[in-house]
Design a protein around this ligand. Structure first.
Ligand code: ADP
Length: 172
């Protein structure tokens, strides 16, 4: 690969607001495919996230302790520039739905124009996590729990280590 990028090192960039079981599944599978995987928390000044970038990094780190070849950091600016700074050769993405494919297709073409030396690799979401999005997590959290519920509903959407932090954001 030209430009001394490492094709065995991938970057998985996103908002991770917060990390979900779907993200964790992509990270787990990606960590088996690549020698090193960097999870990049993007700082987008146009978005109003629930969690600060530092909180998102901390929650990712807490839920990824079992993956020795995975590192987590935040970045500002374009994802392709972050990938270059990491000297990684691959951008990893997850695909859930047809509408994801459409959006990811345009983004990948734009990224290729900006950085033709970086390849994008897509992993199809596992069927049990396809429906999970940050929006859904926030909606579920907004409704709280009631005393009759035996199980915490968020368990089906986010790693165990993330539940208390999401709940804390919605305490009235
Ligand atoms: P963005 O703000 O860039 O959409 P996200 O953190 O929502 O960032 O997602 C980052 C990547 O993870 C994207 O490629 C997205 O398609 C993928 N992704 C999001 N949710 C899931 C899921 N439930 N299963 C698999 N991949 C997912």
């Amino acid at each position: 690969m030209p430009h001394s990028l490492n094709s065995r090192h991938a970057v998985y960039a996103g908002s991770f607001d917060p990390v979900s079981l779907g993200h964790q599944d992509i990270i787990s599978r990606g960590s088996r495919m690549f020698e090193k995987l960097t999870v990049g928390v993007g700082i987008n000044p146009d978005k109003r996230p629930l969690f600060t970038p530092q909180e998102r990094v901390d929650l990712l780190k807490k839920s990824l302790t079992s993956f020795a070849n995975v590192e987590v950091m935040s970045f500002e600016g374009l994802a392709v520039d972050f990938v270059r700074r990491c000297k990684a050769g691959v951008m990893l993405r997850g695909l859930r739905t047809l509408s994801d494919i459409e959006a990811e297709f345009s983004m990948t073409l734009a990224n290729r124009a900006l950085a033709p030396e970086i390849e994008t690799v897509f992993l199809m979401a596992s069927e049990r996590y396809t429906h999970i999005s940050s929006t859904l997590i926030k909606q579920v959290a907004m409704f709280g729990t009631n005393a009759d519920q035996v199980r915490e509903p968020l368990e089906a959407f986010v790693p165990r280590e993330v539940i208390a932090a999401v709940r804390a954001k919605f305490v009235k």
